[in-house]
Write a protein that binds this ligand. Structure first.
Ligand code: NAD
Ligand code: MG
Length: 392
């Protein structure tokens, strides 16, 4: 029986991972973790019987311990707790469904402990890909993409690997994007959008942070970087294509001009299940594509001059080193400020721009330098925008 541990089991990816576990019935969950949602975590513990559970704050750990006192589960907390979940002995796979670069340290610990990683937490690869990918190779660990686009690319490349071609046959990746809820809007119009509008993604139901990232197209920028690390390609080998219906999840163009695409309904359980059972496919209940009903699938170029998230991401990746951490950390903080109603939508771009302009890149940063860069970015934002009122 396969055994997994989950970082962020109460979120959108975490709960859908547990849906896949529930539907298949042959995966054991050894460890679960959440930020603050003690009630849902308690329900998950009662249903899946993990031996380890983690929350972020000590007081929530005390509360959870009381609530599950009748069960043989150990409750831990904080970063040490997340690390314990990551290296939990029984698990072979760690699902990184936590949001933000808080995932870096536990992911690295899991790789060192020989766990395969089902990776949803893209912020980790964006900021520490140069450490994680070589470490995974050295430890003989698989990084299995959960992000729908990267799972699609992974699936498109499957046959190539079996022919021993690996990625030698790959010409370019066509990374698809829905364009988000504000596709077609001008920059002036973006200035006036409200939080509730930004949280209405046209096709996917996801956590709040990634939903805002989709609206700014920062998400697509993060995904370009994620694809570079996962598939060992350069940004000029990636073309972002807007495909508003979210039916094509991404495509690969090969050296002979062939294009292979992966299509499906927008359902994250598919890439999650594919990662958990790779290289096998399993039955997955749900709606199937009906092409006659769909009628047409349309394509557009993205608009990086309006949706600056994409443009700045390419710039950050070209600068390399700690600049991708600056891009990511500035965005994480700016999204949080936007969600709290402290700044307007386009100020997310202003904050990223300001932080990137005021940073001298450190090439090849280690984990301590990455975390220090994150801290400095937060300090920079607090000094420049003191009225934002949110402290790190
Ligand atoms: P979410 O906000 O719904 O869930 C995040 C999870 O992380 C929750 O369980 C939360 O409790 C936990 N968490 C947050 N802060 C924590 C902390 N300090 N300590 C411990 N746990 C903490 O987010 P999501 O949408 O599920 O996204 C998770 C990751 O997957 C992100 O990196 C996102 O970019 C990526 N992703 C999500 C989707 C999607 O469909 N939701 C698709 C592709 C990639
Ligand atoms: Mg995606």
């Amino acid at each position: 029986m396969k055994t997994i541990a989950i970082l962020g089991s109460t979120g959108s990816i975490g709960t859908q991972t547990l849906d896949v576990v529930r539907a298949n019935g042959d995966i054991r969950v050894a460890a679960v973790s959440a930020g603050k949602n003690v009630s849902l975590l308690e329900r998950q513990i009662r249903e899946f019987h993990p031996e380890l559970a983690c929350v972020w704050e000590e007081r929530d750990a005390r509360l959870l311990r009381e609530r599950v006192a009748d069960l043989p589960v150990k409750v831990v907390y904080g970063m040490e707790g997340l690390k314990e979940v990551a290296i939990c002995e029984e698990a072979q796979i760690l699902v990184t469904a936590i949001v933000g670069m808080i995932g870096i340290v536990p992911t690295i610990e899991a790789i060192k402990a020989g766990k395969d990683i089902a990776l949803a937490n893209k912020e980790t690869l964006v900021t520490a890909g140069h450490l994680i990918m070589p470490l995974a190779k050295q430890c003989g660990v698989k990084i299995l993409p959960v992000d729908s686009e990267h799972s699609a690319i992974f699936q498109c490349l499957n046959g190539e690997r079996e022919c021993g071609q690996d990625h030698g046959s790959l010409h370019k990746i066509l990374l698809t994007a829905s364009g988000g809820p504000f596709r077609g809007k001008s920059y002036e119009e973006l200035k006036k959008v409200r939080v509730e509008d930004a949280l209405k993604h046209p096709n996917w139901s996801m956590g709040q942070k990634i939903t805002i990232d989709s609206a700014t197209m920062v998400n697509k920028g993060l995904e370009v970087m994620e694809a570079c690390w996962l598939f060992d390609v350069t940004p000029d080998q990636i073309q972002v294509v807007v495909q508003p219906q979210s039916i094509i999840h991404s495509m690969v163009q090969f050296v002979d001009g062939s294009v292979i695409a992966q299509l499906g309904t927008p359902d994250m359980r598919l890439p999650i299940q594919y990662a958990l059972y790779y290289p096998r496919r399993r039955y997955l209940a749900g709606e199937r594509l009906d092409f006659a009903k769909i009628g047409s699938i349309t394509f557009e170029n993205p608009d990086p001059e309006t949706f600056l998230g994409l443009k700045y991401a390419f710039e950050a990746f070209a600068a390399g080193g700690s600049m991708t951490t600056v891009f990511n950390a500035a965005n994480e903080r700016a999204v949080s400020l936007f969600l709290h109603g402290r700044i307007g939508f386009t100020q997310i771009y202003d904050i990223i721009r300001y932080c990137m302009d005021h940073h001298s890149t450190i090439q090849n940063p280690d984990v301590a330098q990455i975390l220090d860069t994150e801290k400095r970015v937060y300090e920079m934002i607090e000094t420049k925008w003191p009225q934002s009122g949110i402290r790190s």
